[in-house]
Design a protein around this ligand. Structure first.
Ligand code: ZN
Length: 189
């Protein structure tokens, strides 16, 4: 692919700029590997929600809270191009429709594999579930460790970020919100 070739070239230049010998053995294949890795990290830009869901929406009368918790996510911060990663918890209250449970981690991945800030990522996941299911409520909580803070060592103590997006019943009802929060905070062992 044309982009991959260009990223390879840019990576080689970057290595030279930081003072590396681009011809030493250990680095020979690095530009190629980096280009491949970026192809993966930026996959989310070319994916689309309908393809991911692929019809896995079903009619369902029950309106009990559905929660998928502890979904691992990996993303890249748009300010430093460094990883941030952690766990995502998603809850919704159906309004006649449910989504195949395995689709939720895939939706998270689609948005995570783009350059992000954690706040926007959290909202995009919540919005997409809101749009496809029109549920009575949606809640997304994400907890992430940011390498741009941890590796640079300046703000280590604040390196753990928690973000949330709540709509509908999760926003309007304290009881619903507390139920969700207590379930996602429950230890799994
Ligand atoms: Zn950053």
């Amino acid at each position: 692919m044309e982009e991959t070739k260009r990223i390879e070239k840019l990576t080689k230049e970057l290595l030279g700029e930081i003072g590396e010998n681009v011809d030493r053995e250990g680095l020979l294949k690095t530009p190629r590997r980096v280009a491949k890795a970026w192809e993966f990290f930026s996959k989310g830009y070319t994916q689309n929600i309908n393809k991911i869901i692929n019809g896995a929406i079903f009619s369902e009368e029950a309106d009990d809270m559905v929660i998928v918790r502890d979904v691992e996510f990996f993303s890249l911060c748009e300010h430093h191009l460094l990883p941030f990663f952690g766990k995502a918890h998603v809850g919704y209250i159906p309004n006649g429709k449910v989504i195949g449970l395995s689709k939720i981690p895939r939706i998270i991945d689609m948005y995570a594999r783009r350059l992000q800030v954690q706040e926007r990522l959290t909202h995009q996941i919540a919005d997409s579930i809101k749009n496809v299911l029109e549920p009575k409520g949606v809640a997304v909580v994400m907890e992430g460790r940011h390498m741009c803070m941890q590796m640079r060592g300046v703000e280590k103590q604040n390196s753990f970020a928690s973000t949330s997006a709540m709509f509908g019943k999760f926003k309007n009802s304290v009881e619903t919100r507390s139920e969700f929060l207590s379930i996602i905070n429950r230890r799994s062992d």
